[in-house]
Design a protein around this ligand. Sequence first.
Ligand code: 4NP
Length: 145
Amino acid sequence: MVCLGNICRSPLAEGILQSKVNEALVYVDSAGTAAYHVGNLPDERSIAVAKQYGIDISKQQARKFTEKDFLKFDIIYAMDKSNYQHIISLATSDEDLEKVKMILNESLPDKNYSVPDPYYGGKTGFEEVYKMLNEACDSIIYNRL
Ligand code: 4NP
């Protein structure tokens, strides 16, 4: 799960999908394309909205996406178009490229919609992001697992 800062959207996506699948069978992680927040905990508004739905994301720590992630993961979900472009710019093979998907295409196929960046908005934005990601994660399980 990849966004820009790895403190708002992708930590939620990681927590939501991991809560729906067995950790021993499916490993979910998240990262950011930017390094501004490396080592930081998720944004308190993401922690709060996840907690409302019984998911604890408070122990995650932001890290930067690297080329090595192409070796480690089968599918790489971008939260928005800019993250998508950044990730594919680091791909070194067709196999790498095929791993990169827009996460909302799972629930809303072929639309290439972005998960809006909630960082500069209020609490409502985080609630909306949670709902979008929850639907996308249900679709990931239905479509792929
Ligand atoms: P995220 O949100 O990409 O969903 O983690 C953001 C977090 C921080 C910033 C931008 C977006 N920032 O500019 O610091």
